[in-house]
Design a protein around this ligand. Structure first.
Ligand SMILES: [Zn+2]
Length: 268
């Protein structure tokens, strides 16, 4: 997961989302707000003009060829509410609460959510029981939000052995550690064998592409050809694998054979 680039919506789409938000807000009880949010969502999100624009903008945020913003592996085709609409109906039509995800990530994540309680900072799983929609307690989200934060500030990807994500902070009692742990678990980033193996394959592919680039550059290939190769690297799946390779070179001096001859690749 990488931090997603910001995209702006048109004034029309912003106004439409505000209208939907107002309709939800006008409901008196919390349960009625949830019901209204879901009703409008089911009617509007499939085909209407606002959501066609939203899907277009979310597509531009995806890495590779429209890869899921969580796993970076499968194609993204579902608008995901980072904070679930069943728990936060007032965020159902909030642009900054959306990202494009695949069904494999979005389905199991569903209404899973946790907060650090405002009252005592304790971790609290607030996933609602099936068919129920209790008012959530006040608190800050535990799940890392790639629309607002850089997931690599919390996560470390082991490129040497396991290709698993692990929490970056050392202090297991820190909020940052717990956020990383929770995010890895809820999105099942290490549990899916095919996903882990796909990250390993992506690493091999980045390695091969960089080596070819070095050879081609040294043999005097034209700028146009080299640029095409850079674009090939930038549109690969699993952009986080590449970002982590860059980071581990800078921090630990790993992958010297790949980046020493072409330090410009650190900015790709
Ligand atoms: Zn996914």
């Amino acid at each position: 997961m990488i931090q997603l680039p910001n995209q702006k919506l048109s004034n029309y789409a912003i106004a439409q989302l505000k209208k939907y938000y107002q309709k939800v807000l006008n409901q008196t009880s919390f349960k009625a707000k949830v019901v209204e949010a879901k009703r409008i969502w089911d009617n509007a999100s499939k085909t209407n003009k606002t959501f066609l624009e939203i899907k277009e903008k979310l597509t531009e945020m995806c890495s590779g060829s429209q890869r899921c913003c969580y796993c970076e592996d499968a194609p993204a085709d579902e608008i995901e509410h980072i904070a679930p609409k069943n728990i936060y109906p007032l965020l159902c039509f909030s642009w900054s609460n959306y990202l494009y995800a695949c069904g494999i990530c979005n389905g199991p994540k569903n209404n899973k959510f946790a907060v650090f309680l405002k009252s005592n900072e304790a971790f609290k799983d607030i996933t609602p029981p099936k068919g129920k929609c209790p008012v959530p307690p006040k608190g800050s989200p535990v799940l890392i939000n790639p629309r607002k934060e850089n997931p690599l500030d919390f996560l470390f990807l082991d490129l040497k052995n396991t290709f698993h994500f692990v929490p970056l902070p050392d202090d297991k009692t820190s909020k940052a550690y717990k956020r990383a742990e929770y995010t890895i678990c809820v999105l099942r980033l290490n549990k899916r064998d095919s996903l882990v193996s796909s990250r390993r394959t992506a690493f091999g592919s980045y390695e091969a592409r960089l080596k070819t680039y070095i050879t081609e550059k040294q043999s005097g290939k034209t700028e146009i050809k080299l640029q095409k190769m850079i674009e090939g690297i930038q549109t690969e799946r699993h952009v986080t694998v590449f970002k982590e390779m860059q980071r581990q070179y800078v921090l630990f001096g790993f992958f010297k054979d790949l980046f020493d001859p072409i330090p410009e690749a650190l900015n790709w």
